[in-house]
Design a protein around this ligand. Structure first.
Ligand SMILES: [Zn+2]
Length: 317
């Protein structure tokens, strides 16, 4: 078995343009314009490299932000870029069978699969992939937050020898970091590392927390709030459906509401939304005891509204 360290650059349409408004048969977060990959052998030695430029078909004009970040120009893609299906064929041939993919971050494989689906290619490949960030965190500082490649390189004392924000350059640096990790252990402990990452997504847990769970696959914020205040809103003590008060918006895409079980009384629901790797929304939900400090703090924040209403009435009378 070998490891393929993959990095890609993708283009996004400029907001408001025709390309941005035009609906595509498959939603893509970006159209891939460059694939860079470095092979790491099963003995964790950096091997050969792969690189290809892709001529965009859907978002044909390079977003100037993408262009300035990656240094890729329209003319370069027009001259050296090849169609995506051809690039994928070359890439799959180069990868060979029996490989595991490693990326820095959660986005690349999802975006690769979206692009493959858009071009009508079999997007069940790649099958096995891991976010090397999670392994790096688990085997270094135990952090749960995502880490920039540059930060990890500094931590590991890896000098940059290739350009950053170039697919092959980033893949190469990621490959160097990967050779310093215990990859078999990283894969074996991956689920646990992911759990920790999800726990990190929950944020700091206050006393009185009864339940924590991450939900995936919401199309919109409204859908997430409806599900978490509706069908998924069950009493942490008896599992019966609860009623849900109004969601109160808080900073950082967090929402809080009071839920009530007929038998067990009030609970505080706190949810936090974030984009997921497949372009949908994920939601972390914590349920707190009704008499926890978190619930009390939420309650004391409320009377301001009531007071104002009361005062209004008095002046009207
Ligand atoms: Zn109950």
């Amino acid at each position: 078995m070998q490891y393929i360290v993959l990095d890609m650059e993708w283009n996004q349409p400029w907001p408001g343009t025709y390309a941005a408004k035009r609906p595509l048969p498959v939603h893509i977060r970006g159209e891939i314009i460059q694939i860079g990959a470095v092979r790491v052998t099963d003995r964790q030695i950096v091997g050969d490299e792969f690189q290809v430029l892709i001529k965009p078909k859907f978002y044909r004009k390079l977003n100037k932000k993408v262009s300035s970040l990656t240094g890729i120009k329209d003319a370069q893609l027009a001259q050296f870029g090849i169609p995506f299906p051809e690039a994928m064929e070359r890439f799959r041939d180069w990868c060979g069978d029996d490989c595991v993919f490693l990326t820095w971050g959660f986005d690349d494989i999802g975006i690769l699969k979206e692009n493959m689906a858009l071009h009508g290619l079999d997007s069940t490949w790649p099958e096995r992939w891991y976010n090397a960030q999670m392994m790096f965190n688990a085997q270094t500082d135990g952090a749960t937050a995502q880490k920039a490649l540059k930060t990890a390189m500094q931590m590991a004392g890896v000098e940059a020898s290739r350009p950053a924000h170039d697919a092959l350059g980033d893949a190469y640096h990621t490959a160097i970091l990967c050779t310093r990790l215990d990859l078999p252990r990283g894969m074996a402990e991956y689920d646990q590392a992911m759990k920790k990452h999800e726990d990190g997504f929950h944020g700091a847990e206050l006393p009185g927390c009864l339940s924590r769970k991450v939900y995936h696959g919401f199309a919109t914020k409204e859908a997430a709030m409806e599900a978490l205040g509706g069908e998924e809103n069950r009493c942490p003590k008896c599992g019966e459906p609860m009623t849900c008060g109004k969601w109160v918006s808080q900073q950082g895409k967090r929402y809080t509401a009071v839920a009530a079980c007929p038998a067990h009384g009030d609970f505080l629901l706190r949810i936090r939304l974030a984009p997921d790797e497949d372009g949908t929304l994920k939601a972390a939900r914590l349920i707190y005891e009704g008499d926890s400090d978190a619930a009390k703090a939420f309650e004391t924040a409320k009377p301001k509204v009531r007071k104002r209403r009361r005062r209004k009435k008095t002046t009207a009378e």
